[in-house]
Structure formats: C-alpha cells, structure tokens
Design a protein around this ligand. Structure first.
Ligand SMILES: Cc1cc2nc3c(=O)[nH]c(=O)nc-3n(C[C@H](O)[C@H](O)[C@H](O)COP(=O)(O)O)c2cc1C
Length: 328
C-alpha cells in the first residue's frame, strides 16, 4: 500500500513534515496545506518558505493550490514547476465558510460548468505541459447525486490522480462517510483514484480493502497526526513505540522553538498537534487540560512529559474522542 500524508492547515507545515519524515520514513507523498495564489501573482514569503525544497529535506512534497481562477492557478503552478515540483494538487474539498462563500474549495463544486472551464484552461496551458496535476475533492456540496456529474468532468482531463474525501461539504469532517458514492469513482476512471477519510486504525484499512480490493493508495490525515507511526503499523503490524513518539515530539518542539517567536506561539502550535496526539493515550482528560492551560514553554514541557511518563498508550487512537475534544 502507498500511504500519502493529507494536508492539514495549522499542523502539517514544513517543520512538522520534515520531522515526521525523519522519524517515520515511508510516506509516499506529503501534500502541503493549501496556498491561495493572489491575483497580483506574487508569492508571500510565508507561503513560499513552506514550499521551498531546502525547507523540506527528505520530504516528497506536493504543493496544493486553492483558487477558482485558472490564470492564478497557472501562474502559481508554473512557478512551482520552475522550482522543481513535478505535481501540484487542486483543493476542491475545503469546507470552511469563508472559502466556500468565495466559490473556492468545496464551494467550487457548486459551479460545475465553471469548474469544467477552469480545468479546460489549466490542462491546455502550455506553461504547465510537464506538470502533473491532481485533484482532491469531496463528493459534492449538498448531495451525493452531484458526484457522477463531477466525475464526468474530471474524466475529461488527464489528471495525475483523484483523491476523494467521501463526504459532502455540509458533512465537514465528522458527518457520515459515504463509501457507496465513492464506488462510482472506481468505475471507468482513467487515472488512479485515492481514498481519503476516517482511516484511524489498521482495522479501518482492512475493512476498506475488503470493500475496494483494487485500492493501492490511501491518504491519511487525522489518524496519522494522532499516531505518527500509523502508516508503518498498517503496513507491518509494528506497534507504536512510546520512546520513538517522545523523540519525535521533542524534536518537533525543538525545531518549532528555533523558528517561532515567543512561548505563546510555540505553545499554541504544540497544542494543535497535541489535540490529536492525546487521543492515543488512556485516561487523558486531566492531562489534556494541563497541556491546554500551559502558558509558558516550561509549563508546556512539564505537562507533555507527564503524559509520556504516566499515561499508557492505547492500542488504537480513540478517534471517537475527537468530536468530544474541546478545541485548542
Ligand atoms: C485541521 C485540518 C486542516 C486541514 N487542512 C487541509 C488543507 O489545507 N487542504 C486540504 O485539502 N485538506 C485539508 N484538510 C482535510 C484533510 O486533508 C483530510 O481530507 C481530512 O482530514 C479527512 O481525512 P482524515 O479522516 O484521514 O483526517 C484539513 C483537515 C483538518 C482537520
């Protein structure tokens, strides 16, 4: 099985990716959180830094673009091609209200004719001739019945792959997963189709493969942030090692410390990661509160060390706890 790391804005930036790749090698591709190209065709320093090859050593990286303007996509994708990237991904899944209100992300799925014209322009752009373009999509905006029409559009173009998060925009990340609708994507699609969604345990992958035995690539997001060794465990059965997890965690903290200014920013970044990591520990409630309350690096360190020292690891991440988890 080929495992891809899903983009997660606020978490899987360059530092997270390179530390993950160092401690948990074996991920086929890391998809960067979306970059929104602006109409003035200028890369802001922050967006650019995240994608610089020298900032992503050892990371097979695919940049992702969020836009509904073909000329902006072509400009940004051509610049990424110039910087050595072979694949660029189009985000057609982001459910955030501020994004969909502008008809971007999952909001673009509501305008299939415009999406078709966008893809036509992008795939005929001479500047992008050698670039592989993949799409990350949901099944539709408001109803599963939108998906066959969207598939007809995708199939008109030489996509490198189609990554499907089998939910609607209105499902956000916790509504029902819809495998029956996903099955349509596997029929007569001339490019690889990749499943992305709710793979939190090896048993989830096994159940998926019983249903769709031909799948050879999956994309993991929240499950992999909760258990950074999940892909390896899925592949080899090798249990999650507490000492490796702590080494990974400490390296991540050190690398963030080198670039983030001040304890507040550092604690905030680490709490985002912990909001997932903590789901892999038994009896987490008090410990998670202590992490959340940490205001300084020393408070945070003590709270994190207490988890590693005192809490047993769960055999599988308790993803059911995600909905109950208070936000950071
Ligand atoms: C906090 C957060 C940030 C995300 N950021 C992005 C993003 O930048 N681009 C994108 O395509 N998807 C983004 N996603 C969606 C994930 O890539 C993935 O599709 C989703 O979490 C479902 O996969 P999972 O069940 O394996 O987590 C984000 C999801 C979360 C929870």
């Amino acid at each position: 099985m080929n495992y891809l790391f899903a983009p997660m804005e606020g978490i899987t930036g360059r530092i997270y990716r390179r530390v993950h790749a160092r401690y948990y090698p074996g991920i086929g591709r890391y998809y960067a959180p979306f970059f929104s190209p602006s109409g003035d065709h200028h890369f802001p320093l922050r967006g650019l830094t995240d994608l610089l090859p020298e900032e992503n050593p050892g990371v097979p990286l695919v940049p992702q673009l969020l836009t509904n303007r073909a000329e902006d996509f072509i400009w940004a994708a051509a610049s990424l091609l110039d910087r050595g990237y072979g694949e660029v991904n189009l985000n057609l899944g982001c459910p955030s209200g501020t994004v969909t209100a502008k008809a971007k992300g999952a909001g673009f799925l509501r305008e299939p004719e415009k999406l078709d014209a966008f893809l036509e322009e992008v795939f005929s752009a001479p500047a992008l001739g050698r670039l592989r373009i993949s799409v990350k999509t949901r099944l539709g905006y408001a109803g599963e019945e939108e998906f066959p029409g969207l598939l007809d559009i995708y199939r008109k173009y030489p996509l490198d792959s189609l990554i499907v998060h089998p939910r609607l925009r209105q499902d956000f990340y916790t509504g029902p997963i819809r495998p029956a609708a996903f099955a349509r994507a596997l029929e007569n699609t001339p490019f690889p189709v990749i499943w992305n969604g709710d793979l939190f345990r090896p048993a989830d992958l096994e159940a998926l493969l019983r249903r769709f035995p031909a799948l050879d690539t999956v994309m993991l997001g929240r499950g992999l942030v909760s258990e950074p060794g999940l892909a390896r465990r899925m592949e080899t059965g090798e249990a999650c090692s507490r000492s490796l997890l702590q080494e990974f965690h400490d390296a991540l903290l050190e690398e963030y410390r080198a670039v983030l200014y001040g304890d507040t920013a550092l604690c905030h970044r680490m709490k985002e990661v912990w909001s997932y990591l903590i789901l892999h520990f038994e009896g987490r409630e008090k410990y998670w509160k202590r992490i959340q309350k940490a205001k300084s690096l020393s408070e945070f360190r003590l709270a994190a060390q207490a988890v590693f020292r005192e809490l047993p690891l769960l055999p599988d991440t308790d993803m059911a706890g995600l909905a109950a988890q208070p936000p950071v």
